[in-house]
Unconditional design. Structure first.
Length: 319
């Protein structure tokens, strides 16, 4: 993680040009000097930014090349304008701002942001995987706050991103990859954009062959399937089609089916585990990186905790 504190406008402009993109930065409140604090860490696919300016700020970010910002307001207020579109943040609200349109921000003096920076090209590819075909027009999200369920899911994701070294230890690389896939899928499926209408239209799902192929692939390549979108892509269909197929034939989502398949595989491996095997290693290898949630899911499904399934002599602790 890198941390910067500065009261120099030119330094602030340079630092934030590195974190986001080159942009115009201007103090609007002559009575309060700039007092910027910023911290940032992560990868090109998924990076985390905590920022406050400490005064009223105007930013002209141009067309925000190569940027997709999921910006949560933790304090204060702010506005964004993209051409004719306008959005506003108040405490606790999260908006998505995509590259591709002339973008201006006004941040109030009390505004503090917790932002996840994503790769717009990867967001586009994720949307294409859900639809099963290339996009005709650039992907653009509504400049509106997240719904309550989406906001809760996003806060949970941010907590895991912020604490991944503590939570995942030696598994943090695999966990980061899993969190990255989850973040992109969650955003595409959970917040309105210009392709959401196509998501809601019915897919052709009467043929049971897709369901059979999906189950066979899951049995053969469970550990190699990172998400529903990844599963669908391996089957040569859009995630929307796979979703509709499972809902039509089994009345459950493919995400739930994938979760249950992973739980059953964990149970099989724990019941056959050699001495020294840890629950944590098995769970994380099969895609369960939030151990508290995994333990609760396991208990609800099998009426015992994962440590109770281990053969005598195998390690039981979730470490």
């Amino acid at each position: 993680m890198q941390n910067v504190h500065t009261q120099d406008l030119d330094e602030a402009r340079t630092v934030m040009g590195h974190v986001y993109c080159p942009h115009e930065l201007r103090v609007l409140d002559g009575a309060h000097a700039l007092d910027m604090d910023v911290s940032f860490f992560g990868s090109q696919r998924l990076s985390r930014v905590h920022l406050r300016y400490g005064t009223d700020i105007f930013v002209d970010a141009g067309r925000m090349p190569d940027l997709a910002l999921v910006m949560q307001c933790s304090a204060g207020e702010a506005d964004v304008t993209q051409g004719p579109r306008k959005g506003r943040w108040q405490p606790g609200q999260t908006l998505v701002v995509m590259a591709g349109a002339s973008t201006q921000y006004r941040f109030g003096s009390a505004f503090s942001q917790n932002t996840l920076r994503l790769d717009p090209a990867r967001l586009t590819r994720t949307c294409e995987r859900w639809l099963g075909h290339p996009l005709d027009d650039p992907l653009m999200f509504e400049l509106a706050p997240f719904s309550a369920p989406m906001s809760a899911a996003w806060v949970s994701l941010l907590t895991m991103v912020d604490q991944q070294e503590v939570l995942f230890g030696t598994h943090r690389t695999a966990a980061h990859d899993s969190l990255t896939d989850y973040a992109y899928d969650l955003l595409i499926s959970g917040h309105p954009h210009n392709y959401s209408g196509e998501f809601s239209r019915s897919a052709h799902v009467s043929d049971t062959r897709l369901l059979r192929r999906a189950r066979e692939l899951l049995e053969l390549e469970l550990q190699g399937i990172s998400s529903v979108a990844d599963w669908a892509e391996k089957l040569g269909v859009g995630a929307r089609t796979l979703q509709a197929c499972f809902k039509h034939h089994l009345a459950i989502s493919p995400a739930k089916h994938l979760q249950m398949a992973r739980l059953k595989r964990v149970r099989t491996e724990l019941s056959q585990a050699a001495p020294g095997v840890h629950v944590t290693d098995v769970a994380m290898r099969l895609g369960f990186f939030h151990l508290g949630r995994f333990s609760a899911l396991y208990k609800a499904e099998f009426a015992e905790y994962p440590g109770q399934t281990l053969r005598p002599g195998a390690a039981k602790q979730l470490t």
